[in-house]
Design a protein around this ligand. Structure first.
Ligand code: I24
Ligand code: DGL
Length: 269
């Protein structure tokens, strides 16, 4: 099938999922949408994030994707079911793959989850984990300082180390054996997070697990692309294109085709 895989995110974070899909499935064409105009989603009310996610999905369906991937944890937490109920193609989020990996690897059933305020407030990870195994103990914590620090490229400064200790230091007392990094940006802080949590705590990146899930679904449904030539991916962003392009090109290690999207301004009167 030559239809693209559509990946959407609140901004640049979902590029972690896109890169992993490009690595695992080099023949698949990707259409990526980053809502850089309205990023971040983490602090926003759920109803707003649902509305934004619907708008992006409405835009992406014009490309006839074979699958929609909500690469943003916050959007997955509040909008996955809504989007799924409106479409006839597979819609996958980043929460279930991460939860499944955590359940599979944890031996004690003491699982931690960190994410944005919106993700943690929704309880979506707890729900996904409990549905897979009702006996797990889940400890959750919102870490609103982490996204801005990562977006400043501040991965190992003393300020960041301080923020990581302040935010998750108390989680050490729960003897977790697994911690889900339930936000696109947190894998950039793995060194500090593992310094704080200790080497016995396994860290799970929702992006990597999601890419594996995408491969598995396309494989099982016989929908893998069989094209000979390598696909040309297409990127869209709602805000200033310059910054998005530079981050995406650095991260993906190649030139990208980027189209800026201007949301329709609502008419007044
Ligand atoms: N990383 C992220 N966001 C940024 C950044 C970064 N600036 C430097 N690096 N800025 O996310 C976000 C600013 N927004 C404003 C609105 O438009 C879009 C951008 C994490 C990276 C996700 C792939 C550091 C950096 C980089 C390139 C690759 C990776 C990386 F510059 F961490
Ligand atoms: N992409 C978001 C997430 O994974 C993090 C950035 C944001 O708050 O928009 O939850």
């Amino acid at each position: 099938m030559q239809q693209p895989i559509a990946i959407l995110d609140s901004g640049v974070g979902g590029l972690t999922v896109a890169r992993e899909v490009m690595r695992q499935l080099p023949r698949e064409k990707i259409i990526y949408f980053g809502d850089t105009e309205r990023t971040p989603y983490g602090p926003r009310p759920a109803e707003e994030v649902v509305r934004f996610t619907r708008e992006i999905v409405d835009y992406l369906v014009q490309f006839g994707p074979k699958m929609i991937v909500i690469a943003c944890n916050t959007a997955t937490a509040v909008a996955l079911e809504d989007i799924r109920s409106r479409l006839n193609i597979p819609v996958i989020g980043v929460i279930n793959p991460g939860a499944r990996a955590a359940i599979g690897r944890s031996t004690t059933g003491q699982i931690g989850v960190i994410g944005t305020e919106g993700t943690i407030r929704s309880g979506a990870y707890e729900q996904a984990l409990r549905q897979l195994n009702p006996h797990v103990r889940v400890i959750s914590e919102a870490c609103p300082l982490f996204v801005p620090l990562v977006e400043q490229g501040n991965f190992r400064s003393n300020e960041t180390r301080e923020a990581v200790y302040q935010s998750i230091g108390h989680m050490r007392s729960y003897s977790l054996d697994t911690l889900i990094l339930g936000c696109t940006h947190y894998p950039f802080l793995v060194d500090l997070i593992s310094e704080v949590m200790g080497p016995q705590v396994m860290l799970i990146s929702s992006a990597d697990e999601t890419a594996r899930e995408i491969s598995a679904i396309l494989h099982n449904e016989g929908k893998l692309s069989r094209g000979d030539e390598l696909p040309v991916h297409q990127f869209f962003c709602s805000g200033q294109p310059t910054m998005f392009k530079s981050i995406a090109q650095q991260w993906l290690g190649e030139q990208i085709e980027l189209t800026p999207v201007v949301w329709q301004v609502p008419k007044i009167g």
